[in-house]
Design a protein around this ligand. Structure first.
Ligand code: MV4
Length: 650
């Protein structure tokens, strides 16, 4: 076994790998970027090496810098995690050339699965079912149209270099084929620099079922299937194992197809063979087809671990260190059922917009596995995937595992950012999903029902207001006698574009009258804890200008700080500041320049989007305080305007 490995990744997967390495007595080396200097994966590692700037291209994608870090710390092997360099064959070759072990497949195996058309041809040869279609070299439009006729409509045009649905076109009628082909080729050229496409029979009501495989470079075993049909725009939301409705013979057929796929390319390590499955009429041994192979450990591997009892990272380390496969196929069995949800910092009602924030509070469920790369106090930055945690439950049956997930989600508390918790809760309570009716269209079909704008109740707003004012002290006397009396205290809270005016009048140490707008709410303290309508108030957390009430899967309020508002008003729009942390992409102003209200003065890139920053008034630029390429914090002043004379200034 290795003495020391380097983990070329960050976040939850870096932490996940380190946990197993630690259990196996293997020392760990973390690498980190500027944004991650204080992060959990750095704290967990035995040592950590700084590798560059926050943008992935400046750090986690720098293969040469990472290899140098491994050599400098005496690491013998590199675990790539998922994403970043995990499926980059050039990186694998560079690692091996440096005399290190890549914990994963060979460069050759990765390349063989990299191009969809070549991979499909190879799989067909290996006896793995592939979707009926054309995946050859002839890209002539008339030829492809003739192939589409042979396959039979509806057909799907896919980019050979594609993935995640990019460059994909559904054609239901031959008269639309030529246009769809041209548009798919155009998108493929822009996205991948390769216009080539393949044509497939379109599978109606598809399910996504994947087989976990594990190879030693020659032989492979499978660790059964996962169902990842619950997706939104090709992003997995909930995964489970085993697949609902799976039968012994379909499982055997899919498992063996996965093994043939892995052995055909001499696969070493953990991999996943994805199948598209016709879900229109139960599962059939002739109703699944190879889609692609992911040549890495996947995000959703914990559900397989739960039902097989195998630690897949332990297997990865053992096989990479030269041991033979830890189990034979006949030794592997499954029992029970497992679910995984992906908890994200995102604004679901705003179209699942990625969110950022400092986690003022973080509590994971007591009776579930939580894989996370963040702790309370950590920041979800705009540079990386905003996943907060994966929550995994296990039970003897699907119904029990799902009920445990509902409880686990209700127990989860995240303060300091909005999350998709309520969305996950709604999914886990969805009747069709509960009944095991999973398909890739479920979320889109029922989106309105799953995404509900949560309107906080007056009691919840009152409680948030009390917390914002520091009047939520649990112990009697904490509030202080000076605070209760005839004087009302007021605060304004924002929740999803709604403003809430809250006035709190302390009627005594154990009673308060709270006005939420024009609604009166009574709060009483019983045995030290505040109650509304006889019900104990939910936990709250206050921090960084926000109040989080851990009720209804978490309500996030922004505190409208009267000092800040006063400051803004006094500034009279003198300063253009960053509304969130991000990267300055461009500045369109220079000192002395005249600007008009609404002029675009800068572009800030944050949360995978560009935000235009506009002049709040007419004026003259006094000073430019940032330049393109700067990483800035929330609130950082970027452009200063010349002070305006304020008429009513004292
Ligand atoms: C398909 C399909 C139907 N028929 N291929 C979407 C992403 C890419 N990896 C494959 N995808 C699909 N390929 C044929 N021949 C439907 C999809 C598809 C899908 C597949 C898996 C999981 C979610 C999906 C959502 C929409 C479409």
């Amino acid at each position: 076994m290795f003495n020391r490995i380097l983990i070329a990744n960050r976040g939850e997967i870096a932490c996940r790998v380190m946990e197993t390495a630690r259990d196996m007595g293997v020392k760990t080396v973390a690498v980190y970027s500027d944004a991650d200097a204080l992060s959990k994966h750095v704290a967990m590692a035995d040592e950590a090496v700084y590798i560059g700037g926050s943008a992935p291209a400046e750090s986690y994608l720098k293969g040469d810098v990472i290899i140098a870090a491994a050599q400098q710390t005496g690491a013998q092997a590199i675990h790539p995690g998922y994403g970043f360099l995990s499926e980059n064959p050039d990186f694998v070759e560079a690692v091996e050339k440096a005399g290190l072990v890549f914990i994963g497949p060979s460069a050759d195996a990765i390349r063989k699965m990299g191009l969809k058309d070549a991979a499909k041809a190879l799989m067909e040869e290996a006896g793995v079912p592939v979707v009926p279609g054309y995946h050859g070299a002839n890209q002539d439009a008339d030829f492809l149209a003739a192939e589409a006729e042979k396959i039979g409509y509806p057909v799907l045009i896919k980019a050979v270099a594609g993935g995640g649905g990019k460059g994909m076109r559904l054609v239901e009628d031959p008269k639309h084929f030529a246009d769809a082909l041209a548009s798919a080729q155009g998108e493929a050229t822009t996205a991948f620099g390769n216009p080539d496409v393949l044509i497939e029979k379109y599978i109606q009501q598809p399910r996504h079922i994947e087989v976990q495989v594990f190879g030693d470079g020659t032989h492979a075993v499978h660790l059964f299937e996962r169902d990842c049909s619950l997706q939104r725009r090709h992003q997995k939301v909930i995964e489970e194992a085993p697949a609902p409705g799976m039968t012994a013979d379909v499982r055997e057929a899919m498992g063996m197809a996965g093994v043939r796929a892995a052995e055909a390319i001499g696969y070493k390590g953990a991999g996943t063979v994805e199948f598209i499955v016709d879900g229109s009429d139960g599962l059939r041994t002739d109703g699944f087809w190879f889609m692609e192979m992911n040549t890495r450990l996947q995000v959703e591997h914990p559900v397989t671990e739960a039902i097989t009892g195998v630690d897949l990272v332990e297997w990865q380390l053992r096989v990479a260190a030269g041991e033979s496969l830890p189990a034979r196929q006949d030794d592997l069995t499954i029992s029970g059922h497992s679910f995984e949800v992906r908890l994200y910092a995102e604004d679901v009602p705003k179209g699942f917009l990625p969110a950022t924030g400092t986690l003022s509070h973080l509590q994971f469920p007591h009776f579930a596995r939580s894989d996370s790369g963040v702790r309370a106090g950590d920041t979800i930055s705009p540079f990386y995937d905003p996943m907060i945690a994966k929550i995994i439950t296990y039970g003897p049956t699907r119904a029990v595992a799902l009920a445990k997930m509902r409880t686990a989600l209700a127990e989860t508390e995240v303060g300091g950012t909005v999350t998709n918790l309520a969305f996950l809760g709604a999914l886990c309570a969805h009747d069709g999903f509960s009944a095991g009716e999973v398909d890739t269209g479920l979320i889109a079909r029922d989106l309105d029902m799953l995404v509900q704008d949560i309107t906080p109740t007056p009691a919840q707003v009152a409680w948030a207001g009390m917390a914002a004012l520091g009047l939520d002290g649990a112990a009697a006397g904490e509030v202080g006698f000076n605070l209760w009396g005839p004087l009302a205290r007021a605060v304004t809270l924002h929740h999803e574009d709604e403003l809430h005016e809250v006035k709190v009048l302390m009627d005594g140490p154990n009673a308060a009258t709270v006005m939420v707008g024009t609604t009166e709410v009574k709060a009483t303290r019983i045995a030290g804890g505040w109650h509304f309508d006889g019900k104990r108030a939910a936990p709250v957390a206050v921090g960084a200008g926000k109040v989080s009430v851990f009720d209804s899967y978490g309500l996030e309020f922004d505190i409208n700080d009267p000092l800040m508002v006063a400051g803004d008003a006094a500034a009279g729009g003198n300063v253009i500041s960053a509304p969130m942390p991000g990267l300055v992409k461009a500045i369109f102003a220079e000192a002395g320049q005249e600007v008009k209200e609404g002029d675009r003065l800068a572009i800030l890139e944050a949360m995978k989007m560009e935000h235009s920053l506009l002049a709040a008034r007419d004026g003259i630029v006094a000073e430019v305080l940032a330049q393109a390429g700067d990483q800035v914090q929330e609130g950082a002043a970027l452009i200063q305007l010349v002070e305006e004379e304020v008429e009513d200034a004292a």
